[in-house]
Design a protein around this ligand. Structure first.
Ligand code: PMP
Length: 393
Protein backbone atom coordinates (compact mmCIF):
# COMPACT_ATOMS: atom_id res chain seq x y z
CA UNK A 1 0.00 0.00 0.00
CA UNK A 2 1.47 3.41 -0.91
CA UNK A 3 2.94 5.40 2.01
CA UNK A 4 0.77 8.32 0.89
CA UNK A 5 -2.31 6.37 1.93
CA UNK A 6 -0.68 5.18 5.16
CA UNK A 7 -0.41 8.80 6.26
CA UNK A 8 -4.09 9.53 6.35
CA UNK A 9 -5.02 6.07 7.60
CA UNK A 10 -2.65 6.65 10.52
CA UNK A 11 -4.27 10.01 11.31
CA UNK A 12 -7.76 8.47 11.22
CA UNK A 13 -6.67 5.55 13.43
CA UNK A 14 -5.08 7.94 15.92
CA UNK A 15 -8.33 9.90 16.17
CA UNK A 16 -10.32 6.70 16.71
CA UNK A 17 -7.89 5.70 19.48
CA UNK A 18 -8.01 9.14 21.12
CA UNK A 19 -11.79 8.90 21.36
CA UNK A 20 -11.39 5.51 23.07
CA UNK A 21 -13.26 3.83 20.21
CA UNK A 22 -10.53 1.64 18.72
CA UNK A 23 -11.80 -1.88 18.12
CA UNK A 24 -9.74 -5.05 18.39
CA UNK A 25 -10.52 -8.70 17.92
CA UNK A 26 -10.65 -11.18 20.76
CA UNK A 27 -9.78 -14.63 19.51
CA UNK A 28 -11.46 -17.70 20.96
CA UNK A 29 -9.53 -20.95 21.15
CA UNK A 30 -12.54 -23.14 21.91
CA UNK A 31 -15.94 -24.00 20.44
CA UNK A 32 -18.96 -21.83 21.32
CA UNK A 33 -20.31 -22.90 24.70
CA UNK A 34 -21.01 -21.46 28.15
CA UNK A 35 -17.31 -21.00 28.58
CA UNK A 36 -14.70 -19.80 26.14
CA UNK A 37 -10.89 -19.99 26.08
CA UNK A 38 -9.12 -16.74 25.15
CA UNK A 39 -5.31 -16.45 25.35
CA UNK A 40 -5.24 -19.78 27.16
CA UNK A 41 -7.61 -18.64 29.93
CA UNK A 42 -11.14 -19.92 30.39
CA UNK A 43 -13.98 -17.39 30.78
CA UNK A 44 -17.66 -17.79 31.50
CA UNK A 45 -19.29 -16.52 28.30
CA UNK A 46 -22.00 -13.93 29.00
CA UNK A 47 -22.09 -12.08 25.69
CA UNK A 48 -22.84 -14.60 22.97
CA UNK A 49 -25.77 -14.68 20.54
CA UNK A 50 -25.78 -18.46 20.83
CA UNK A 51 -28.99 -18.12 22.88
CA UNK A 52 -30.08 -21.75 22.80
CA UNK A 53 -26.57 -23.17 23.06
CA UNK A 54 -26.91 -24.86 19.66
CA UNK A 55 -23.74 -23.54 17.99
CA UNK A 56 -21.64 -26.38 19.39
CA UNK A 57 -24.39 -29.04 19.41
CA UNK A 58 -23.12 -32.45 18.23
CA UNK A 59 -26.27 -33.08 16.20
CA UNK A 60 -25.72 -29.94 14.12
CA UNK A 61 -22.07 -30.81 13.62
CA UNK A 62 -23.02 -34.32 12.47
CA UNK A 63 -25.64 -32.96 10.03
CA UNK A 64 -23.01 -30.61 8.58
CA UNK A 65 -20.42 -33.39 8.18
CA UNK A 66 -22.88 -35.67 6.37
CA UNK A 67 -23.87 -32.80 4.05
CA UNK A 68 -20.27 -31.84 3.36
CA UNK A 69 -19.37 -35.42 2.49
CA UNK A 70 -22.17 -35.57 -0.06
CA UNK A 71 -22.18 -32.00 -1.43
CA UNK A 72 -18.66 -30.68 -0.72
CA UNK A 73 -17.68 -27.62 1.27
CA UNK A 74 -18.53 -24.62 -0.90
CA UNK A 75 -21.67 -24.26 -2.99
CA UNK A 76 -19.47 -22.82 -5.75
CA UNK A 77 -22.03 -20.56 -7.38
CA UNK A 78 -24.92 -18.23 -6.81
CA UNK A 79 -28.22 -19.96 -6.09
CA UNK A 80 -29.61 -18.86 -9.45
CA UNK A 81 -26.72 -20.35 -11.42
CA UNK A 82 -24.98 -23.44 -10.02
CA UNK A 83 -25.00 -23.00 -6.24
CA UNK A 84 -28.42 -24.46 -5.37
CA UNK A 85 -28.82 -27.90 -3.77
CA UNK A 86 -31.72 -29.84 -2.36
CA UNK A 87 -30.40 -28.82 1.10
CA UNK A 88 -30.99 -25.14 0.33
CA UNK A 89 -34.51 -25.87 -0.95
CA UNK A 90 -35.28 -28.00 2.10
CA UNK A 91 -34.02 -25.36 4.51
CA UNK A 92 -36.15 -22.68 2.87
CA UNK A 93 -39.21 -24.90 3.18
CA UNK A 94 -38.33 -25.67 6.80
CA UNK A 95 -37.93 -21.98 7.69
CA UNK A 96 -41.26 -21.16 6.01
CA UNK A 97 -43.09 -23.91 7.90
CA UNK A 98 -41.38 -22.93 11.19
CA UNK A 99 -42.41 -19.30 10.72
CA UNK A 100 -45.92 -20.29 9.51
CA UNK A 101 -45.47 -18.46 6.21
CA UNK A 102 -45.93 -19.47 2.57
CA UNK A 103 -42.29 -19.15 1.54
CA UNK A 104 -38.77 -18.26 2.61
CA UNK A 105 -35.55 -17.22 0.92
CA UNK A 106 -32.01 -17.61 2.23
CA UNK A 107 -29.17 -15.11 2.23
CA UNK A 108 -25.59 -15.66 3.36
CA UNK A 109 -26.15 -13.45 6.41
CA UNK A 110 -28.82 -11.45 8.20
CA UNK A 111 -26.98 -8.32 7.18
CA UNK A 112 -27.33 -9.21 3.50
CA UNK A 113 -30.98 -10.15 4.05
CA UNK A 114 -31.78 -6.71 5.48
CA UNK A 115 -30.02 -4.72 2.80
CA UNK A 116 -31.36 -6.94 0.01
CA UNK A 117 -34.99 -6.99 1.12
CA UNK A 118 -35.36 -3.35 2.10
CA UNK A 119 -33.63 -2.00 -1.01
CA UNK A 120 -35.71 -4.24 -3.29
CA UNK A 121 -39.05 -3.26 -1.82
CA UNK A 122 -38.60 0.49 -1.29
CA UNK A 123 -37.51 2.87 -4.04
CA UNK A 124 -36.96 6.56 -4.71
CA UNK A 125 -40.68 7.41 -4.67
CA UNK A 126 -41.30 5.68 -1.34
CA UNK A 127 -40.93 6.48 2.32
CA UNK A 128 -39.46 4.26 5.06
CA UNK A 129 -40.29 4.94 8.70
CA UNK A 130 -37.47 3.47 10.77
CA UNK A 131 -37.11 3.13 14.56
CA UNK A 132 -34.12 5.15 15.80
CA UNK A 133 -32.56 2.08 17.45
CA UNK A 134 -32.78 -0.19 14.41
CA UNK A 135 -29.74 -2.32 13.58
CA UNK A 136 -27.04 -0.97 11.26
CA UNK A 137 -28.02 -3.39 8.50
CA UNK A 138 -31.54 -1.93 8.45
CA UNK A 139 -30.07 1.57 8.26
CA UNK A 140 -27.83 0.50 5.37
CA UNK A 141 -30.79 -1.15 3.62
CA UNK A 142 -32.73 2.12 3.89
CA UNK A 143 -29.77 4.07 2.44
CA UNK A 144 -29.36 1.64 -0.46
CA UNK A 145 -33.05 1.86 -1.31
CA UNK A 146 -32.82 5.62 -2.00
CA UNK A 147 -36.28 5.98 -0.41
CA UNK A 148 -36.96 8.93 1.86
CA UNK A 149 -36.16 7.59 5.33
CA UNK A 150 -37.84 9.16 8.34
CA UNK A 151 -36.54 8.03 11.72
CA UNK A 152 -39.11 7.86 14.50
CA UNK A 153 -38.33 7.99 18.21
CA UNK A 154 -37.61 4.60 19.73
CA UNK A 155 -40.89 2.61 20.10
CA UNK A 156 -42.78 5.92 20.29
CA UNK A 157 -46.13 5.29 18.63
CA UNK A 158 -47.24 8.91 18.82
CA UNK A 159 -44.14 9.98 16.92
CA UNK A 160 -44.62 7.15 14.40
CA UNK A 161 -48.21 8.22 13.78
CA UNK A 162 -47.19 11.85 13.33
CA UNK A 163 -44.54 10.83 10.80
CA UNK A 164 -46.89 8.46 8.98
CA UNK A 165 -49.26 11.39 8.46
CA UNK A 166 -46.40 13.40 6.98
CA UNK A 167 -45.55 10.50 4.66
CA UNK A 168 -48.93 10.19 2.98
CA UNK A 169 -47.69 11.82 -0.27
CA UNK A 170 -45.25 9.01 -1.09
CA UNK A 171 -46.04 6.08 -3.41
CA UNK A 172 -45.62 3.33 -0.77
CA UNK A 173 -44.84 3.53 2.94
CA UNK A 174 -42.88 0.94 4.92
CA UNK A 175 -42.46 0.76 8.68
CA UNK A 176 -39.29 -1.14 9.57
CA UNK A 177 -38.33 -2.23 13.07
CA UNK A 178 -36.26 -4.73 14.96
CA UNK A 179 -38.48 -7.28 16.74
CA UNK A 180 -36.07 -7.31 19.68
CA UNK A 181 -33.64 -4.40 19.93
CA UNK A 182 -30.11 -5.71 20.13
CA UNK A 183 -28.58 -3.14 22.48
CA UNK A 184 -31.58 -2.52 24.77
CA UNK A 185 -33.12 -6.01 24.85
CA UNK A 186 -36.68 -4.70 24.59
CA UNK A 187 -39.48 -5.85 22.30
CA UNK A 188 -41.08 -3.70 19.59
CA UNK A 189 -44.80 -2.95 20.16
CA UNK A 190 -45.82 -4.84 17.02
CA UNK A 191 -49.61 -4.84 17.59
CA UNK A 192 -49.58 -1.02 17.69
CA UNK A 193 -47.21 -0.81 14.73
CA UNK A 194 -49.39 -3.15 12.64
CA UNK A 195 -52.49 -1.15 13.59
CA UNK A 196 -50.85 2.10 12.49
CA UNK A 197 -49.62 0.39 9.33
CA UNK A 198 -53.18 -0.55 8.41
CA UNK A 199 -54.53 2.88 9.34
CA UNK A 200 -51.95 4.79 7.28
CA UNK A 201 -51.48 2.27 4.47
CA UNK A 202 -47.92 1.24 5.31
CA UNK A 203 -46.32 -2.22 5.05
CA UNK A 204 -44.61 -3.60 8.13
CA UNK A 205 -41.13 -5.16 7.92
CA UNK A 206 -39.67 -6.79 11.05
CA UNK A 207 -36.06 -7.87 11.62
CA UNK A 208 -36.47 -10.80 14.02
CA UNK A 209 -32.76 -11.56 14.40
CA UNK A 210 -32.81 -11.74 18.20
CA UNK A 211 -36.29 -13.25 18.59
CA UNK A 212 -36.14 -16.24 16.24
CA UNK A 213 -35.90 -19.37 18.38
CA UNK A 214 -36.20 -17.28 21.55
CA UNK A 215 -39.64 -15.63 21.73
CA UNK A 216 -43.08 -17.22 21.46
CA UNK A 217 -44.38 -20.56 22.64
CA UNK A 218 -42.70 -22.38 19.74
CA UNK A 219 -39.81 -19.96 19.32
CA UNK A 220 -41.25 -18.56 16.09
CA UNK A 221 -40.36 -15.03 17.12
CA UNK A 222 -41.87 -11.69 18.01
CA UNK A 223 -45.01 -12.15 15.88
CA UNK A 224 -45.86 -15.38 17.68
CA UNK A 225 -45.04 -13.86 21.07
CA UNK A 226 -47.32 -10.87 20.47
CA UNK A 227 -49.89 -12.78 18.38
CA UNK A 228 -49.75 -10.50 15.39
CA UNK A 229 -49.03 -10.87 11.67
CA UNK A 230 -46.63 -8.66 9.69
CA UNK A 231 -45.99 -8.31 5.95
CA UNK A 232 -42.31 -9.22 5.87
CA UNK A 233 -40.08 -10.91 8.45
CA UNK A 234 -36.32 -10.98 8.11
CA UNK A 235 -34.12 -13.08 10.34
CA UNK A 236 -30.73 -14.59 10.91
CA UNK A 237 -29.51 -18.11 11.55
CA UNK A 238 -26.45 -16.78 13.36
CA UNK A 239 -27.98 -16.32 16.80
CA UNK A 240 -30.39 -18.80 18.45
CA UNK A 241 -30.26 -21.17 15.45
CA UNK A 242 -26.53 -21.47 16.11
CA UNK A 243 -25.27 -21.50 12.50
CA UNK A 244 -25.02 -18.60 10.06
CA UNK A 245 -27.01 -17.07 7.23
CA UNK A 246 -30.03 -14.86 6.86
CA UNK A 247 -33.57 -15.31 5.60
CA UNK A 248 -36.77 -13.55 4.69
CA UNK A 249 -40.26 -15.07 5.02
CA UNK A 250 -43.62 -13.97 3.71
CA UNK A 251 -46.05 -14.71 0.90
CA UNK A 252 -44.97 -16.77 -2.13
CA UNK A 253 -45.37 -13.64 -4.30
CA UNK A 254 -43.07 -11.64 -2.03
CA UNK A 255 -40.39 -14.33 -2.21
CA UNK A 256 -40.75 -14.70 -6.02
CA UNK A 257 -40.30 -10.94 -6.32
CA UNK A 258 -37.27 -10.83 -4.01
CA UNK A 259 -35.61 -13.77 -5.80
CA UNK A 260 -35.71 -11.62 -8.92
CA UNK A 261 -34.80 -8.31 -7.34
CA UNK A 262 -32.60 -8.61 -4.25
CA UNK A 263 -29.06 -7.96 -5.41
CA UNK A 264 -27.49 -9.39 -2.25
CA UNK A 265 -29.29 -12.65 -3.08
CA UNK A 266 -28.70 -12.71 -6.84
CA UNK A 267 -25.01 -11.84 -6.76
CA UNK A 268 -23.85 -13.85 -3.74
CA UNK A 269 -22.65 -17.42 -3.60
CA UNK A 270 -25.15 -19.78 -2.01
CA UNK A 271 -24.51 -20.79 1.60
CA UNK A 272 -22.33 -23.78 2.31
CA UNK A 273 -24.31 -27.08 2.11
CA UNK A 274 -23.12 -28.06 5.59
CA UNK A 275 -24.50 -24.86 7.07
CA UNK A 276 -27.83 -25.45 5.30
CA UNK A 277 -28.11 -28.98 6.71
CA UNK A 278 -27.06 -27.92 10.22
CA UNK A 279 -29.56 -25.04 10.18
CA UNK A 280 -32.43 -27.36 9.27
CA UNK A 281 -31.43 -29.68 12.11
CA UNK A 282 -31.31 -26.71 14.49
CA UNK A 283 -34.84 -25.65 13.59
CA UNK A 284 -36.07 -29.20 14.24
CA UNK A 285 -34.43 -29.04 17.69
CA UNK A 286 -35.90 -25.60 18.40
CA UNK A 287 -39.38 -27.04 17.80
CA UNK A 288 -38.77 -30.34 19.55
CA UNK A 289 -36.99 -29.06 22.66
CA UNK A 290 -39.02 -26.17 24.12
CA UNK A 291 -37.32 -26.80 27.49
CA UNK A 292 -34.21 -25.01 26.18
CA UNK A 293 -36.24 -21.85 25.67
CA UNK A 294 -38.03 -22.27 29.01
CA UNK A 295 -34.73 -22.70 30.87
CA UNK A 296 -33.29 -19.62 29.11
CA UNK A 297 -36.26 -17.48 30.14
CA UNK A 298 -36.12 -18.78 33.70
CA UNK A 299 -32.47 -17.72 33.91
CA UNK A 300 -33.14 -14.39 32.25
CA UNK A 301 -35.99 -13.54 34.68
CA UNK A 302 -33.88 -14.59 37.64
CA UNK A 303 -30.85 -12.51 36.68
CA UNK A 304 -32.93 -9.43 35.82
CA UNK A 305 -34.68 -9.63 39.19
CA UNK A 306 -31.44 -10.10 41.12
CA UNK A 307 -29.71 -7.19 39.39
CA UNK A 308 -32.66 -4.85 39.91
CA UNK A 309 -32.84 -5.88 43.58
CA UNK A 310 -29.13 -5.06 43.89
CA UNK A 311 -29.90 -1.53 42.70
CA UNK A 312 -28.75 -1.69 39.07
CA UNK A 313 -30.49 0.08 36.22
CA UNK A 314 -31.29 -2.77 33.85
CA UNK A 315 -32.90 -2.34 30.43
CA UNK A 316 -35.07 -4.69 28.41
CA UNK A 317 -37.76 -7.24 29.10
CA UNK A 318 -38.39 -10.94 28.62
CA UNK A 319 -35.37 -11.43 26.36
CA UNK A 320 -31.92 -12.94 27.08
CA UNK A 321 -30.31 -9.56 26.34
CA UNK A 322 -29.74 -7.88 29.72
CA UNK A 323 -28.04 -4.48 29.44
CA UNK A 324 -26.71 -3.18 32.77
CA UNK A 325 -26.29 0.59 32.56
CA UNK A 326 -22.95 1.81 33.92
CA UNK A 327 -22.91 5.42 32.63
CA UNK A 328 -19.66 6.90 31.35
CA UNK A 329 -17.68 4.97 28.72
CA UNK A 330 -14.44 4.69 30.74
CA UNK A 331 -16.30 3.33 33.76
CA UNK A 332 -18.00 0.73 31.58
CA UNK A 333 -14.61 -0.33 30.20
CA UNK A 334 -13.27 -0.58 33.76
CA UNK A 335 -16.31 -2.66 34.72
CA UNK A 336 -15.79 -5.04 31.78
CA UNK A 337 -12.11 -5.39 32.71
CA UNK A 338 -13.01 -6.33 36.29
CA UNK A 339 -15.51 -8.86 34.96
CA UNK A 340 -12.73 -10.39 32.87
CA UNK A 341 -10.56 -10.59 35.99
CA UNK A 342 -13.45 -12.45 37.63
CA UNK A 343 -13.45 -14.85 34.68
CA UNK A 344 -16.58 -13.45 32.99
CA UNK A 345 -16.61 -12.34 29.37
CA UNK A 346 -19.13 -9.50 28.81
CA UNK A 347 -17.88 -6.45 26.92
CA UNK A 348 -18.66 -2.77 27.49
CA UNK A 349 -20.91 -1.16 24.87
CA UNK A 350 -20.06 2.52 24.38
CA UNK A 351 -21.01 5.49 22.16
CA UNK A 352 -21.62 5.76 19.26
CA UNK A 353 -23.33 2.35 19.53
CA UNK A 354 -25.33 3.69 22.53
CA UNK A 355 -26.04 7.30 23.65
CA UNK A 356 -23.51 9.29 25.75
CA UNK A 357 -23.84 8.51 29.45
CA UNK A 358 -25.58 5.20 28.69
CA UNK A 359 -22.55 2.96 28.32
CA UNK A 360 -23.34 -0.50 29.52
CA UNK A 361 -22.38 -4.07 30.09
CA UNK A 362 -24.51 -6.04 27.68
CA UNK A 363 -25.09 -9.47 29.14
CA UNK A 364 -26.63 -12.17 27.00
CA UNK A 365 -27.66 -15.50 28.42
CA UNK A 366 -27.73 -18.96 26.88
CA UNK A 367 -29.80 -22.08 27.51
CA UNK A 368 -26.51 -23.84 28.26
CA UNK A 369 -25.91 -21.65 31.33
CA UNK A 370 -26.61 -23.14 34.75
CA UNK A 371 -28.35 -21.56 37.75
CA UNK A 372 -24.96 -21.53 39.51
CA UNK A 373 -23.34 -19.63 36.64
CA UNK A 374 -26.11 -17.05 36.72
CA UNK A 375 -25.63 -16.62 40.50
CA UNK A 376 -21.90 -16.17 39.95
CA UNK A 377 -22.51 -13.50 37.28
CA UNK A 378 -24.86 -11.68 39.65
CA UNK A 379 -22.49 -11.86 42.64
CA UNK A 380 -19.56 -10.64 40.55
CA UNK A 381 -21.52 -7.71 39.11
CA UNK A 382 -22.76 -6.73 42.56
CA UNK A 383 -19.23 -6.86 44.00
CA UNK A 384 -17.73 -4.82 41.13
CA UNK A 385 -20.59 -2.30 41.37
CA UNK A 386 -19.69 -1.75 45.04
CA UNK A 387 -15.98 -1.49 44.24
CA UNK A 388 -16.71 1.16 41.61
CA UNK A 389 -18.99 2.95 44.10
CA UNK A 390 -22.04 2.52 41.89
CA UNK A 391 -24.32 1.60 44.73
CA UNK A 392 -24.79 2.04 48.44
CA UNK A 393 -23.26 -0.36 50.91
N1 PMP B 1 -30.16 -7.63 12.61
C1 PMP B 1 -29.87 -7.53 13.91
C2 PMP B 1 -30.86 -6.89 14.83
C3 PMP B 1 -28.63 -7.99 14.39
O1 PMP B 1 -28.31 -7.86 15.69
C4 PMP B 1 -27.72 -8.59 13.49
C5 PMP B 1 -26.39 -9.16 13.95
N2 PMP B 1 -25.71 -8.48 14.90
C6 PMP B 1 -28.08 -8.67 12.14
C7 PMP B 1 -29.31 -8.20 11.74
C8 PMP B 1 -27.13 -9.24 11.13
O2 PMP B 1 -27.20 -10.63 11.14
P1 PMP B 1 -25.93 -11.50 10.65
O3 PMP B 1 -24.97 -11.51 11.78
O4 PMP B 1 -26.53 -12.83 10.33
O5 PMP B 1 -25.38 -10.82 9.44
Amino acid sequence: MPARMHNWLEIELKQIKEKGLYRELKTAESSPASSVVINGKEYLMAASNNYLGLAGDRRLIRAAIIAHEKFGIGSSGSRLTTGNTILHDQLEQRIASFKNKEAAMLFSSGYLANIGVISSLAGEEDCILSDELNHASIIDGCRLSKAKTIVYKHVDMEDLEKKLKEAQGYRYRFIVTDGVFSMDGNIAPLPDIVKLGKQYDAYVIVDDAHATGVLGENGRGTSEFLNVDVDVTIGTLSKAVGTEGGFVVGSQKLIDYLRNKARSFIFQTGMSPGIAAASKKAIDIIEEEPDRREHLHRLERKLREKLVNSGFYVLGEQTPIIPVIIGEADKAVQFAQKLLEAGIYAPAIRPPTVPEGMSRIRLTLMASHTEEEISYIHQSIERIGKELKMMKG
